[in-house]
Design a binder for this molecule. Sequence first.
Ligand code: HEM
Ligand SMILES: CC(C)=CCC/C(C)=C/CC/C(C)=C/COP(=O)(O)OP(=O)(O)O
Length: 323
Amino acid sequence: MSDISYVKPQGQDAQFNDFVALLKPRVMSLVVFTAFVGLVVAPVPVHPLVGFISILFIALGGGASGALNMWYDADIDRIMKRTQSRPIPAGRLSETEALGFGLALSVISCVMLALASNVFSGLFLAFTIFFYVIVYTMWLKRSTPQNIVIGGAAGAFPPMIGWAVATGGVSVESVAMFLLIFLWTPPHFWALALFMKSDYSAAKVPMLTVTHGRKVTRRHILAYALILAPVAIGLGVTSIGGPVYLATALVLNAVFIHGGWVIWRRAEETAEAEKYRFEKRYFYFSLLYLALHFGALLVEKALHLWPAYASFAQSFDLGFLWS
Ligand code: HEM
Ligand SMILES: CC(C)=CCC/C(C)=C/CC/C(C)=C/COP(=O)(O)OP(=O)(O)O
């Protein structure tokens, strides 16, 4: 964690773009979208200004956790090809700058979210940052191949935070959204780990592909796709689901399981000869998979404003089983 290797390029100030890059904006865009959906689909309406400010601070909190992750992981980011051009390993920002930026932004975002919505949401955001930075990044990532399974919880909390902004609490629906992302994370990440294995071996990060090999990882991807499907479809029979969501989930999960099956059956030599083309496609499909599930929840929310649709959708709601 020292700054010894840091040499600021002459005459070049730390760039605004580099601070933005510390926020991991591309990954966080989907994270923030899930938080937004969590907020919008909740049964309690939120004033648009409060909603906007809350999402802004959830986004900043997520970004802050990304900056703290990059501060702590600078040593392994220097080794991995995929991450070598990040601001710290590339020498454009110092570790101290990233740490200060990440800490300041974390405090500001949690306090502001608490003030803008409610204390529970602010504390929930703080816990999520803690989970990603301390539990995942500092502890699990370097110690167990289950790192992303357990650590993945951090990435699954944002829709619950959005829901908490609106309702001040937790519900079956928000837990179901959490479970959807929680069980999606392993196949999402392991598909990438199949074609990024050498990066992780070089950095000695105990990802499943490194510790147990690609064959075991392939089996795990299929297993998680199979466990994920009933949870993803199950979300459709809660109060925030409905026929449009259910149809979307049925199609997406059939495709995701089929892809997981193909990944499991693929001979390593074939995958290597094809430069892991299918695995790469599966990784990108995983992003679409999650975005479309949350997109379908938004569509349900809009359609529920139409009374005829709302009463039709009601017949799919099995909420009486748990309420
Ligand atoms: C522990 C949990 C997770 C791990 C280990 C993980 C890992 C990764 C990695 C290593 C990448 C490649 C990033 C890059 O090229 O810089 C990636 C990409 C991505 N991840 Fe995840 N991910 C996790 C959870 C999530 C969650 C919860 C979301 C959103 C809800 C998400 C959304 C994305 C997106 C949108 C990309 C594509 C970024 C791009 O185009 O550059 N990830 N993920
Ligand atoms: C609101 C809030 C606090 C949200 C946090 C959301 C969250 C935990 C997202 C994690 C997604 C992510 C970039 C994982 C990368 O893992 P990695 O760090 O191992 O990947 P890397 O090798 O690309 O750094």
